[in-house]
Design a protein around this ligand. Structure first.
Ligand code: ATP
Ligand code: MG
Length: 405
């Protein structure tokens, strides 16, 4: 491996200054440019590798009221949405639900404050348009949405006003709920009513992204006759991992961009160990730039990734504490693929008692809906390579139980 000329070397210095392992949401201090191996979601169309199809589908999706952008964690959903936000001159309201992950519940106040932040990112002229709405006041140039009882801002009023402002501006209003599965934890408020109202009466478009595919469906209740959204048509776009060919090209291009010559065998080994999830490939490239060593970069990507997966799994267990041991048992039993009967056997062996069939089905379904397991025919498997590793035995008789913090 060789590092390019003085310019490239100086670009790398900023990256190397990130002193501790990088986890999701953390950003290294860096002089400002973006690179393929930048671990933040991409926003500039020039930084997005491939994904033309998905962008095209999303662009056409926002001609209709509701689009779902679904894919495993770190597959690049936020990047695709943010790039489209740069490309399309719509009136965007971007709501990041990711920050509520792992919380037992979300309140109306959380939701309203997120909405308030999105509106305040607009130019002042547009913010002024919310003046006079119930529960809305302007503090200086900042819009404040009230959430307390009696005088709270109603989401449907805000959507209606958004629709009007957009119409006056000749722009399309698009509301993005990023990681929308978190919304199912919204307590004491049914967001589906204002969404259904907007669907039927307003020009507002919605994009719901989700890495927990089944959970997005559970939240929207599209197939539930009792749901306000029942029977409404939605556009569904799936963001898959990169193919082997695209993954290798992604890595080559990323290294080329920073003037590093990396042996083909290393790039291939990285794909073979990490799979085609763009987020893992990005971390590997990022760590390689920091550490200048393939083996160390790969190990660090794996250990960081495994820790992230475990953290996400702990988030999944919030509110499911009673079945915690069962979920771990299933993930361990399914590391290399398992059938429903394998799961039942593993649970019964562990508990030394019969486990109800319905329970087995429900537990598996929750793991599939949360995208920890995927189903291929009769087989259930970890949804990606690092999920499998996160539930790997630690050698000898020791199991991941020792890691269950
Ligand atoms: N097509 C792409 N081109 C370049 N980088 C990408 C691409 N897709 C994803 N990445 C990178 O992979 C990482 C994960 O991407 P992103 O955050 O957009 O995914 P996500 O699906 O929204 O993930 P999460 O489930 O964690 O919210 C980021 O570092 C991002 O920069
Ligand atoms: Mg995201």
């Amino acid at each position: 491996m060789a590092v390019g000329g003085p310019f490239m070397a100086s670009r790398l210095t900023g990256w190397a200054s990130a002193a501790r392992p990088l986890l999701a949401g953390e950003v290294p201090s860096y002089w400002g440019g973006t690179l393929l191996f930048d671990p933040r979601p991409k926003e500039d169309p020039r930084d997005l590798f491939d994904r033309e199809e998905e962008l095209k589908a999303l662009r056409s999706g926002i001609n209709y009221p509701v689009t779902l952008l679904l894919g495993l964690r770190r597959s690049g959903k936020s990047s695709i949405v943010k790039v489209l936000m740069r490309q399309e001159d719509a009136l965007w309201v971007y709501l990041d639900m990711r920050k509520f992950e792992g919380r037992a519940y979300i309140t109306y106040r959380d939701l309203v404050q997120e909405l308030e932040g999105a509106i305040n990112s607009w130019p002042e002229r547009l913010r002024q348009a919310f003046r006079g709405l119930r529960g809305v006041r302007l503090a200086g140039v900042e819009v404040r949405l009230s959430w307390g009882p009696g005088d709270r801002a109603e989401i449907s009023d805000v959507l209606e006003r958004l629709s009007e402002v957009a119409e006056e501006e000749g722009r399309r209003p698009v509301v993005v709920f990023d990681e929308s599965q978190e919304l199912r934890r919204l307590k004491g408020y049914d967001l589906l009513y204002p969404i259904a109202y907007a669907y039927d009466n307003l020009r507002v478009r919605f994009i719901f992204t989700g890495s927990e595919v089944g959970m997005v469906y559970r939240f929207l209740r599209l197939n539930d006759p009792g749901s306000p959204l029942y029977g409404r048509a939605v556009t569904e776009i799936n963001v898959g991992p990169f193919s082997r060919g695209l993954s290798l090209e992604f890595l080559r291009r990323g290294f080329e961009e920073v003037g590093m010559k990396v042996p083909e065998a290393e790039v291939e080994e990285a794909y073979d160990s990490l799979g085609g999830i763009p987020g893992w490939l990005t971390y590997y490239g990022f760590y390689y730039m920091q550490l200048r060593d393939h083996r160390e970069a790969l190990n660090k990507t794996i250990s960081t990734g495994v820790e992230l997966v475990r953290q996400e799994f702990r988030g999944f267990l919030v509110g499911r504490e009673a079945a915690r041991e069962r979920y771990y048992t299933i993930m361990e039993a399914c590391r290399e693929g398992c059938t429903w009967s394998d799961v039942k056997r593993a649970l019964e062996a562990r508990e030394g008692a019969r486990v109800d069939d319905k329970q087995v089905t429900l537990l598996i379904r929750n793991l599939v809906d949360a995208s920890f397991l995927t189903r291929e025919g009769d087989l259930y498997r970890p949804a990606d390579v690092l999920i499998r590793r996160a539930f790997q035995r630690q050698g000898g008789s020791e199991t991941t139980h020792s890691l269950r913090i």
